[in-house]
Each structure stands twice: as structure tokens, then as C-alpha cells.
Ligand binder design. Structure first.
Ligand code: S3P
Length: 167
């Protein structure tokens, strides 16, 4: 079976849905951001602060290319991973690309409980979310399957994904 690759904007539930998929399928979740943090021994926020977003994007691409080679895994990517075509090529080679979506207000609600997302540390986070979403929409739409997470529990989203992925 092909790997399951989770993409989507920050706060669309990739981590939670990844955990559910892992529970049901018995597959390991590889979280690209977590692996970057481990490899650099630094939090994402710190990488952004010290080296800037371009350096983070290079680390992200390197990690995606390496970890996409694994088999029978769920790969959970950061919200900006879709922006580079080379990332998408590696991910597509690896598995079925699922993009999770949610409304900007829901994203705000799900992300406002912590400040570990450097791109959302704006004066008006909702405006920032809307701007980023608008710019990124064509990139998210490159996924094989788009799954809306609005008003759904992570296990419901996971069930929906498994149904489609099994076919
Ligand atoms: C980012 C999303 C974050 C993380 C970084 C950049 C983005 O991951 O990779 O802060 O550009 O959307 P999550 O989507 O897991 O929050």
C-alpha cells in the first residue's frame, strides 16, 4: 500500500488525524517538523528566528526527500511544504497526498492556544491566515484528495481518509 501523506494549512488537524490513522492502521507517523527539530536540536520558532524562513524551507525539503523513502508510514508535513514542487514530487512518489482543509476562523481557533507558529505571530492573525490561504490555495489543490475537517472529529476525518485510500 502507498504511504499516506498529510498536507494542509496550519491548524487543519494534520497531527491529530495522523495519530488516529496511526492507531487504526498500526503505521508510524513521521512528522516532518518534529524530525527537523530533532535534527537541528532546535524548535521551529528558533530556526525561523536565527536563520530565517529560507533556511527552514531548505531543511524541510531535505527532510521530506529523505523521509519520503520510508514504507508503510503516515507522513505529516508542515503547512508550507506544498510550496515547493520538489517537495510535492517526492511526496507523490511516496504516497497518496491528502490535503486537509478548514475555515480561517476554525484555523484561528485551533492555532491561537500557542505561539509556536512563527508565521502567525502577526498583529491580526485572522487576516494573516486569510492572506496565506489565498496565496497557497493553488498549491494545496495539487493534492490527490482534499478532505474538509470542519465540524469533524479527528477519528471521523481518519475514517474518511482510509475509505478513500483503500480504493
Ligand atoms: C508552516 C507550518 C508549520 C511549520 C512552520 C511553517 C507553514 O507546520 O512547518 O511553522 O508555512 O505553514 P504546521 O502546519 O504543522 O503548523
Amino acid at each position: 500500500m502507498k504511504n499516506i501523506v498529510l498536507t494542509g494549512f496550519m491548524g487543519t488537524g494534520k497531527s491529530e488525524v495522523g495519530k488516529e490513522l496511526s492507531r487504526v492502521l498500526g503505521w508510524q507517523v513521521i512528522d516532518i517538523d518534529t524530525e527537523i527539530e530533532k535534527s537541528q536540536n532546535m524548535k521551529i520558532t528558533e530556526i525561523f528566528k536565527q536563520f530565517g524562513e529560507p533556511r527552514f524551507r531548505d531543511l524541510e525539503t531535505e527532510m521530506i526527500k529523505n523521509l519520503s523513502k520510508n514504507k508503510n508510514v503516515i507522513i505529516s508535513t508542515g503547512g508550507g511544504a506544498v510550496l515547493r514542487q520538489e517537495n510535492m514530487d517526492a511526496l507523490r512518489e511516496s504516497g497518496v497526498i491528502i490535503c486537509l482543509t478548514a475555515a480561517p476562523e476554525t484555523i484561528l481557533k485551533r492555532t491561537s492556544n500557542n505561539n509556536d507558529r512563527p508565521l502567525l505571530q502577526a498583529e491580526n492573525p485572522l487576516k494573516k491566515i486569510k492572506e496565506l490561504l489565498e496565496f497557497r490555495m493553488p498549491y494545496y489543490q495539487k493534492a490527490d484528495i482534499i478532505v474538509d475537517t470542519e465540524n469533524k472529529k479527528p477519528f471521523e476525518v481518519a475514517e474518511e481518509i482510509i475509505e478513500i485510500w483503500k480504493k
